[in-house]
Design a protein around this ligand. Structure first.
Ligand code: T3D
Length: 267
């Protein structure tokens, strides 16, 4: 497996950090931001860069042009030296999804257009999603004789419920942004021209919160799917012990009493 490229060498992806927000933009608009091997490596490198950077407090993931991401680049897949499917999924897709879910910082998915196949999976792996009014989600895997991957079978039932998940996964029907909002898959739908500002505004709100509390909350929500109530209660108590010992908690209390906005530092 080639070494991870450095952020400065990114070619099919734009990676910018400003105001404590990292913006990762899939940038192959002519191919609807379909995922090639280099793009997957760039995406993983960007996520790892964010994981190392305590100055980044929230992430926005989006795409250039009329699509969020059309999933695997199917033309690349036809190349004679393409890796076997199982290897590609295990070695290149799964680490991206794992990196997204293990990231301490919250990820806002700014779903600017169609999210198909593994592109939909990327959207599902974000912590919250805001969709442009023309966006849609389609588990296109079945249309080419494949099974949903990159976490789609795990995320979708949890996000929209088992019945809708089965319908979307088996029939491969498209889910509009409005329907996605109705099923709770996206937090809100906004006009396309407002998407960037809305996503940035949500990321800024998240960036202003206490980073450790957010990271612990992400983990607790994730773990809640695989533990019983007693374990979840114990996890919450444990998390509260850690969060309660931070300077940020003291700052939150002081700000409340002094009737001012808290300034969280991550300490
Ligand atoms: O390694 C592995 O294979 C395992 C992992 C699999 C994970 C997966 O993601 S499998 C699912 C892969 N994705 C798809 O099956 C979606 C394929 N694309 C489409 O079905 C349609 O393009 C869309 C429904 C997304 C959009 O349709 P439409 O009509 O709006 O656009 P279009 O004309 O089909 O596409 C515009 C261009 O983007 C076109 O290029 P061209 O002909 O003008 O040069 C098209 O070929 C290109 N494009 C779109 N999707 C892909 C793509 N090129 C490569 N790969 C794509 N996935």
């Amino acid at each position: 497996m080639p070494a991870d490229p450095q952020p400065s060498s990114f070619g099919a992806l734009r990676f910018e950090v400003a105001d404590a927000i990292a913006t990762i933009t899939l940038d192959r608009p002519l191919a609807l931001n379909a995922l090639t091997v280099p793009l997957k490596l760039e995406l993983l490198a960007a996520l790892r860069s964010v994981a190392r950077d305590r100055g980044v407090r929230a992430v926005v993931l989006t795409g250039t042009g009329r699509a969020f991401c059309a999933g695997q680049d199917l033309k690349e897949r036809l190349e004679p030296d393409a890796a076997p499917l199982e290897v590609e999924v295990r070695d290149r897709y799964n680490p991206i999804i794992t990196a997204m879910r293990r990231l301490d910082q919250p990820i806002v998915g700014a779903i600017n257009g169609i999210a198909a196949g593994a592109g939909a999976s990327l959207a599902f792996a974000c912590d919250v999603r805001i969709a442009a009014d023309g966006a849609s989600f389609v588990l296109a895997f079945g249309r080419i004789g494949l099974v949903p991957d990159s976490g789609a079978t795990w995320f979708l039932p949890r996000l929209v419920g088992p019945a809708k998940a089965a319908e979307l996964a088996l029939l491969g029907e498209s889910l509009s942004a409005a329907e996605a909002e109705r099923f709770g898959l996206v937090a809100r739908v906004v006009p396309a021209e407002a998407l960037g500002a809305e996503a940035r505004s949500m990321a800024l709100r998240l960036a202003g919160l206490a980073p450790l509390a957010l990271a612990l909350t992400k983990r607790a929500l994730e773990r809640s799917w695989s533990v019983d109530l007693e374990r979840a209660l114990e996890d919450e108590a444990y998390g509260q012990g850690i969060a309660g010992a931070t300077a940020d908690h003291a700052e939150g209390l002081a700000a409340f009493v002094e009737k001012r906005s808290p300034r969280f530092t991550g300490e």
